[in-house]
Design a protein around this ligand. Structure first.
Ligand code: CP
Ligand code: NVA
Length: 310
């Protein structure tokens, strides 16, 4: 279904394609744990363009490609001509002559869209200022593992900055029919267009999506609470100011009192303890958070195998 396609946003996927990615990721996870060879992408090469830092995305894509029998190239914008101003549309056409797929992490979402427009091979979004689809698909797999396959009866809350993770959670929840309430300050809401698109998608699945400025209201009876850094990559200069703005949105023991007693807390990492999450809450949920980190590998292997296979 996804053969030859790009993965830029969960919004572009059908509910069936999301389900396919998640179930294939679970299969590949089983195969890897069982030591079964699964060289689905033998002889293929993925180029990984990074215009921002990364630990998980870089390592999980590179190892994932290796486990699928292919290889991956790390391409930093510090070394590429792209970093010296070569147009993205030329880079796309050149790389398409050598590679079988491109993963890109960058700032403006329009850069990924342009890359995909000019590339003749699948392009995977490894994070933009607007979206982080690979992480949210991973989170859906992790929620299925911890809360069961039926995501429709689950209530999720996202508390903190309305950023790329929030936007992708809205798209993800809409596709799987999950209830999601986002709590952010009034001036840091998720992207308006994304919210509208997600509400449209939600009509197909019955998902309920809501925004509130009150973190306690969002977390009430939640099965899952997620948060993310208050200062995303590119916002480093605002970090101190943002600490004050977001202080009422910390995920701590007091906030979680109103959640379901079996609540799990998720974090895409890197985490800033004492800011968006307390040390205590982080460590009590470390088993979930590091499953979430591991699942990047399995989910992205599924994405690469489904899009890059012949
Ligand atoms: N969660 C995530 O994308 O981590 P990295 O920034 O380390 O890739
Ligand atoms: N919102 C964060 C996610 C990091 C994985 C950022 O963009 O920096």
């Amino acid at each position: 279904m996804l053969k030859g396609k790009d993965l830029l946003s969960i919004h572009d996927l059908s509910a069936g394609e999301v389900e396919n990615i998640l179930s294939y990721a679970a299969e590949l996870k089983f195969a890897q744990k069982a030591g079964l060879t699964h060289h689905i992408l033998e002889g293929k090469t993925l180029g990984m363009i990074f215009e921002k830092s990364s630990t998980r995305t870089r390592v999980s894509f590179e190892v994932g490609m290796y486990q699928l029998g292919g290889s991956a190239l790390f391409l930093s914008n510090r070394d590429l001509q792209l970093g010296r101003g070569e147009p993205i549309k030329d880079t796309a056409r050149v790389l398409s002559r050598y590679l079988d797929g491109i993963m890109i992490r960058t700032f403006g979402h329009e850069r990924v869209v342009e890359l995909a427009e000019y590339a003749t091979i699948p392009v995977i979004n490894g994070l933009t200022d607007l979206l982080h689809p690979c992480q949210v698909l991973t989170d859906l797999l992790t929620i299925r593992e911890h809360k069961g396959k039926n995501l429709r009866n689950l209530k999720m809350a996202y508390v903190g900055d309305g950023n790329n993770m929030t936007n992708s959670y809205l798209y993800g929840a809409a596709k799987v029919g999950m209830s999601l309430t986002v709590a952010t300050p009034e001036d840091h809401k998720p992207d308006q267009t994304v919210f509208e698109n997600a509400l449209e998608d939600a009509k197909q699945t019955g998902a309920t999506l809501a925004w509130t400025a009150d973190p306690f209201e969002a977390v009430k009876d939640a099965d899952i609470v997620a948060t993310d850094t208050w200062a995303s990559m590119g916002q480093e200069a605002e970090h101190e100011a943002r600490k004050k703005i977001f202080a009422p949105y910390q995920v701590n023991a007091e906030l979680l009192k109103g959640a379901d007693r079996r609540v799990i807390v998720m974090h895409c990492l890197p985490a800033y303890r004492g800011e968006e999450i307390t040390e205590e809450v982080f460590e009590a949920n470390a088993h979930v958070i590091f499953d979430e980190a591991e699942n990047r590998l399995h989910t992205q292997k599924a994405i690469m195998a489904l899009t890059m296979v012949d």
